[in-house]
Design a protein around this ligand. Sequence first.
Ligand code: KPL
Length: 323
Amino acid sequence: ASRTPTAERLESPDLPAPAHMVVGPGAIGRLLALSLQRTVQDSAAVSLLGRRTLPEQQCLETPDGKRIPLRITTLMEPSHAPIRPDMVVHLTTKSWATMNAFETLAPHLPVDIPLVLWQNGFRVQHPISNRWMGPVLCASTTEGAYVVDDSHVVHAGRGHTVIGHLNGHYREVAVQLAEQLSHAGLAATAVDDIEVRLWHKLVVNAVINPLVARFRITNGQLRDTPYSSLVEATLDELSTLMQALKVPAPPSTSLYPWHDLVWQVIERTAANRASMLQDLEANRPTEYDAILGPLREAAQTAGIATPQLDSRWQELEVRNNQG
Ligand code: KPL
């Protein structure tokens, strides 16, 4: 694994914990920034960067209903951002906004600092990993959070975050970050196979999100007729594709590990209105390209027909262009 001065800095127990900059003050970005802020001595060690500023006084509501007041600096201009050489930058913007955020910010950052990519889908992880000189880690989380208003975010449900480098490098950076996140109340584990885990999450997202967005239903309603047969048809398509791409199936004792994975998530998140449905309802662009695009492209290269994914794509493309 490559070692950089940054990796050594993060590894050393004698040095203070690094500062964090969170780019993208949506629900996960604010949950992350405020949770980290609770654990640091130096209140300037965590900052938020977004397209508009938020009030400095923020409230983080915990899953057990406690309201914790916290102060955090939010900034709009990367050139005004408190850049520190010991910093970790978390990109939590929506997938479609991330390349632009990265390109705007990159010239202002020390070239060897770690970046953490929190995006759904598979559009930004490889291009940014190829372009950035320092460690690029990817994170996949099941934490639940929503925004009440500009100064109040709710940590609605505890989940788990896995974090790692696409090629399994920079293990020590991932371990230290996972420890900091866990210490901040966001349970996390460093993993060597983040790419496989991102494929698993992509399959879950590709089945659930486009269908619930199309029919404007909760995740749990996918168990009902006629939606359940569309879930099954999409899963059949995706199982064939994952096998062709040699993506290891999720651990399961059944003959249908991909089906099990997705139905378990539907069960666990039955009451949720998924992110793509929330985006549609708020008239925001959806992440349809980052979620369905890489799968359709891989299927085309492998010569596999994906009629279910194709019709979801067409429906969402029309919506996106109308929005
Ligand atoms: O991650 C999700 C999302 O909303 O994007 C799922 C797994 C679909 C849960 O709602």
